[in-house]
Write a protein that binds this ligand. Sequence first.
Ligand SMILES: [Mg+2]
Ligand SMILES: [Zn+2]
Length: 182
Amino acid sequence: MRPRAAVFLDRDGTLIEDVGALRDPADIRIFPDTLSALRLLRSRFMLFVVTNQCWVGEGLLSHAEVDAVHRALDGLLRAGGVRIAAWYVCPHARGTHCACRKPEPALLHRAAREHNIRLDASLIIGDHPSDVLTGCADGVRGVYVLTGHGEKHREGVPAGTPVFRDLGEAAHWIDGIARAEL
Ligand SMILES: [Mg+2]
Ligand SMILES: [Zn+2]
């Protein structure tokens, strides 16, 4: 099987509202354009969620609670015709210098290994500068959205990063360049 391109998706502030430590699946607030955006991307890209959940390492959330939220969100996405190939979580507290907390690239490397992904043909979308920096040394292209904390951290975004109002606009832009590059 030849390597495929991926879109790596931040969770909080990108797919759903960022409410901090999200424990109860009932508190998931999916953004209105999340499903249509992912449906636009699904034919050309494998989709992955890559999320920093430092609250686990800080004792505020359990692995089981994070898993339950991901099962529920995965159910919402599947019902809308979207399949996430894998959910990758960094559970480590801030400041522990693990290899997997974005912008560290370990979870993207793992996806590349486990799913035969070509990182230099892939993109990552997020609402924090650390998202768009993740994997940049491997050629992953960062795309910034202004939802979630996006507006607040806008000045920290590396020059040249494409910035969009929301995931819907980002997906249309990605779809356009993917078509043009074929
Ligand atoms: Mg985020
Ligand atoms: Zn980690």
